[in-house]
Design a protein around this ligand. Structure first.
Ligand SMILES: NC(=O)c1ccc[n+]([C@@H]2O[C@H](COP(=O)([O-])OP(=O)(O)OC[C@H]3O[C@@H](n4cnc5c(N)ncnc54)[C@H](OP(=O)(O)O)[C@@H]3O)[C@@H](O)[C@H]2O)c1
Length: 434
């Protein structure tokens, strides 16, 4: 059997998981392919300290990625370094040397995916990126192959395991965001600097990629309204439950008559929806098509092995194409006919909203808030107040009937100036279309 030669650059979590699978599952992989994958070289800054399983045979080790991308024996380069600087140089140099590329790098693809794909197509090589979104869920294959005959109208996802873990722990234990985050950091579920996860930026990169794949539109992270989960407190779950809902960080891309509405934000979702049952560090993607209706995909969002499976499966697919000839490709990031699904501001969307207040109790509060809602032509649906003794910091909730996000934002801005509020109101959309 003639081999296809691989290089792995970056032997961290994902690179390590990839090496383990390539070694432990080598026989199965060769049987499925009909030929062997040969690991030619691994590259890492601390390569001497990295273990390469002995069963992978003699493998060259280097700290110099430039040597790797120009190595004439290497057919496929796996970029598993991460970030948007060196990783971009590595991928561009690999493409320039006509090596196919496999990457897990969501941040880079969300920013530069369209240009990289154009370069890869011009060079006649393949760029595979399954591991970049929801590591354990083969969602790229679903969107690009499995349901590519459909016309997608909406995509909703829970795409960040750390925030889903934190939210479901607050829900279960009633502990505060800060203490659950600290525990998640202790257990290794959250980074020492949790910003990318808890403020929604990691999920935003993933949604940018999935929305591009689903709608064939050029989407950049700045097209996506993004809000993190720092303000979600146990009391929000109590009120959400009272309303028959729960709270998750929802990544949404929805087609409307005006264009595509894109957001990553905490939202109330009905407890009966399948997305509400996604617990802990799991991810899920729910897709609605004009013909095939609803499909749902669920699995581990990250981790060396689930993500390693995605990398190895991409290596296999690309190796197969190298051996059997590459079919013509269209960039998944933007089809020829642009503009059909142009991103539009989230302020144009219409939703019911949950407004949570913390106030110093005194007469006339509801009247003042209701007055502002009426001024903005927003219809109040319900007022909820659970028993609470803390008169100086009293939470309660108002839900409003479907209205434009613009109107809600204007109302919240006006309300924020009221002197009885302990903090600005928290406004969360209530998703019903799931
Ligand atoms: N972790 C996950 O579960 C997961 C899931 C899906 C996607 N991803 C994506 O996968 C990629 C890798 O993530 P990771 O968690 O595996 O990161 P990681 O553990 O930090 O691994 C990155 C590795 O790259 C090495 N490296 C850095 N600069 C290098 C350079 N110039 N030349 C050679 N090697 C270099 C690092 O070496 P040193 O440690 O020696 O500095 C490190 O071993 C990222 O794009 C990430 O977003 C990760």
């Amino acid at each position: 059997m003639q081999e296809v030669n691989l290089a792995i650059i970056g032997v961290g979590n994902v690179g390590g998981g990839t090496l383990t699978i390539l070694a432990e599952n080598a026989e199965q992989i060769a049987l499925k392919l009909g030929f062997r994958l040969k690991l030619e070289v691994v590259c890492d800054l601390l390569v001497a300290e990295k273990t390469v399983p002995a069963s992978l045979g003699p493998v060259r080790k280097t700290t110099q990625w430039r040597e790797v991308v120009s190595d004439p024996y290497v057919h496929i380069v796996a970029e598993l370094v991460g970030g948007t600087t060196v990783a971009l140089e590595i991928i561009e140099a690999a493409i320039a040397n006509r090596k196919s590329v496999v990457t897990a790098n969501k941040e880079l693809l969300a920013l530069h995916g369209a240009e990289l794909w154009d370069k890869a197509i011009a060079a006649g090589i393949n760029l595979a990126m399954e591991a970049s979104v929801a590591g354990g869920i083969p969602i790229h294959a679903v969107l690009r192959e499995g349901i590519s005959g459909d016309r997608i109208t909406a995509l909703y996802g829970i795409l960040n395991g750390t925030t889903n873990y934190i939210l479901t722990e607050i829900e279960k234990s009633g502990a505060s965001f800060e203490s659950v985050l600290a525990e998640a950091q202790r257990l290794g579920y959250a980074e020492a600097d949790p910003t990318a996860d808890v403020d929604g930026y990691d999920a935003r990169s993933k949604l940018a990629i999935l929305a591009a794949l689903a709608f064939g539109e050029k989407i950049t992270p700045s097209d996506i309204f993004t809000e993190g989960i720092r303000r979600i407190s146990p009391v929000d779950f109590q009120y959400a439950h009272r309303l028959g809902h729960t709270i998750r960080l929802i990544c949404a891309a929805r087609q409307t008559h005006e264009g595509l509405v894109l957001s990553v934000r905490p939202a109330l979702i009905p407890q009966t929806t399948i997305l509400a049952s996604v617990q802990g560090a799991y991810n899920a993607v729910w897709v609605r098509g004009a013909y095939g209706a609803d499909t749902f995909y669920y699995g581990r969002g990250a981790g060396p092995h689930p993500t390693g499976v995605a990398v190895v499966s991409d290596l296999m697919r690309v190796a197969r194409e190298i051996r059997r000839g590459s079919p013509d490709r269209v960039s998944p990031f933007a089809h020829e006919r642009l503009g059909e699904y142009k991103p539009i501001p989230v302020t144009l969307q219409t939703r019911a909203y949950y407004l949570r207040f913390r106030v110093q109790d005194r007469p006339g509060i509801i009247a003042a808030l209701a007055g502002i809602l009426a001024e903005k032509h927003i219809s109040l649906e319900a007022v909820l107040q659970l028993p609470c003794d803390a008169k100086h910091d009293l939470p309660f909730v108002i839900t409003v009937e479907p209205t434009s996000e613009q109107a809600v934002r204007e109302a919240v801005a006006r309300m924020s100036t009221l002197d009885f509020l302990v903090e600005p109101p928290l406004a969360l959309p209530m998703e019903t279309a799931l």
